[in-house]
Design a protein around this ligand. Structure first.
Ligand code: ZN
Length: 274
């Protein structure tokens, strides 16, 4: 099992989960609730001194688990591909300033070209930024996205594809992020999670609501939907993962709620469904 799940020492929350809060408020409130990890979305850092923000989070007793997100490498335009590489280097700089050891990659896709072309551009993109990431001591996690996002968000849609890509680089700086929302349906999931081994860099949790009202912003709280979270978590433990369980929920419904109450419900759902 990844960590001690009887308390909140392995619970991490993504800033996007409590989007109405500024990063400073999120840090204050997570810390007060005994949560130990935070993954920071880049937009939460807008207009801030990133180094000072990192210090503030650590002073609240929070471990900065990852910076989200880099990627979006593919495009039919060579100019946009070149800019994407620069943007990823900027994200690596931000991760280093913040003190986050990991940058999560949403790899990207361009509907104007075949998926296999996008995949080869993703490979080239990671190849181009990897030496920079290594120099800054920032790991890169390839996050496979559910196939319904394969038009514009990611041409990497299964954990098998993410593992293939991570293994191609054969670097301790390239691994994968398993987000249950994206991969729960995969009949090969257990084997692919075990296959990750040391390449398993991050574990994201939430639930798949049925029916889902919005394909991007209607994720559920753990236990509300149809994802067999305990089973998947068990496989993640079998892979040797001992890191954080990161709650990443995009939800118009929850963002409209009182965020303090939502945070308490996250803790309750975490204990009940872990
Ligand atoms: Zn995720």
């Amino acid at each position: 099992m990844p960590g001690d799940l009887t308390d909140f020492t392995k619970l991490c929350i993504h800033t996007i989960t409590t989007k109405p809060w500024k990063v400073e408020e999120a840090a204050e409130n997570y810390s007060r609730e005994g949560i130990k990890g935070i993954s920071v979305w880049r937009d939460a850092l807008d207009g801030r001194n990133i180094g000072k923000t990192g210090l503030l989070l650590r002073n609240k007793g929070l471990e900065i688990v990852s910076l989200v997100r880099g990627g979006f490498f593919p495009s039919v335009s060579t100019d946009i591909r070149r800019k994407a590489i620069e943007e990823n280097k900027k994200a690596i700089d931000e991760a280093a300033l913040l003190g986050a050891p990991l940058l999560v990659l949403v790899c990207g896709a361009d509907p104007a070209q075949p998926l296999k072309v996008s995949i080869s551009q993703i490979k080239n993109g990671i190849e181009a930024v990897l030496p920079y990431a290594e120099k800054q001591n920032i790991k890169l996690a390839i996050e496979p996205l559910h196939p319904l996002y394969s038009d514009t968000r990611s041409a990497i849609n299964t954990l098998s594809q993410a593992n293939d890509l991570a293994e191609y680089f054969n670097s301790s700086f390239v691994g994968v992020a398993v987000d249950v929302y994206h991969v729960w349906w995969d009949p090969h999931l257990k084997n692919e999670i075990i296959r990750c081994g040391n390449n398993l860099f991050a574990f994201h949790i939430c639930d798949w609501l049925s029916p889902t009202k919005d394909l991007l912003n209607d994720r559920g709280l753990m236990g509300e939907g149809c994802i067999p979270l305990k089973e998947i978590r068990d496989w993640v433990g079998q892979a040797g993962f001992t890191g954080f369980n990161e709650v990443e929920i995009f939800s118009n419904r929850f963002w409209a709620e009182d965020q303090h109450r939502f945070l308490k419900n996250i803790k309750k759902a975490y204990l009940e469904n872990s």
